[in-house]
Design a protein around this ligand. Sequence first.
Ligand code: ZN
Length: 355
Amino acid sequence: MERWRRTSFMLKRSSSSSTEGKKEEDASISGGEDGLLGFYSDNQVVTLPQGHRFPMDKYRATRLLLEGDLQLRSILTTQPAPLASEEELCLVHDQLYVQRIFMGTLDDQQQRAVGFPWSPALVDRSRASTGGTVAAMHAVMQGSRRMVAANIAGGTHHAFAGHGEGFCVFNDIAVASAVSLRDYPHLCNTQSPILIIDLDVHQGNGTAKIFENDDRVITFSMHGANNYPWRTKMKSNYDIDLPDNTSDEEYLTILTEWLPHLIELHEPSLIFFQAGVDALKEDSFGRLAMTRQGLLRRNNMVYSVCLENNLPLVITMGGGYSRPMTASVEAHADVYRSAALRYGALRLRGNLSVH
Ligand SMILES: [Zn+2]
């Protein structure tokens, strides 16, 4: 079965040209070009009011932790994220909403729902956070051998077409999906859809709503049943509601069953992994009880299923609100570190140990 799925995918991916097909054949051996390419947007500095509950510093802290990790020296490349264009944003978002964000003319209620005070820096930061996911998507889709790329930000899955909420201005995964559908229709379509695996502790309500009537994008959200959103939960293609205090073993048992099933059923062309770490038991918002080790196993499950099926993968950040933020930053860094090690180890033909 594994072999059949891989063959099936390779045929689809190589249908555009024989050269591209050869590249992909090579990628299945090497695991990608350079380990992990990660885009960051913490160079766009947003200063929040004193006492604001959003841990804005975690992005920079995560990137610095990764860049200072000597074992990643040859297998992790970081680059500043480009800003998403208005045109890209408007593939998903209402033009009026985008313009109000750009100009700072949301009304007070809309601004409160977003959760951040407006500033010019917030606009650039939100555009970069989205642009990083778009750039990561292009990195794995534009015919290169790269099979994984990441945004060390993004995962802003509570943003809807016409409004933001829950610290989410623009929906980066939705925008990157829409750009992919526009630019790579021979790869991403109803026969071989995009699969969004959202493992943040909060439901990916904005993403679910945006794609509710689009069978080119399959949404899978596994989240705490009693977590936000309470009044604005939407219907994903698949919603897995987990009870409070769900443990590593309970969580991973469910995920182990679902991931191969999703791949077999939908034969996706591209995977987005929203790798929120707010399922940690230390998280101040999340109601689950996972450990850092459990999240690491979770990440590797996603990477394994993508590698086994030769599926291009885009990783984004997601929630992480431990106090102090150290536990969240370590768990965020694990997401990228384990991907770099996993994909980099393939490139080096098993010379590196895989976490
Ligand atoms: Zn979250």
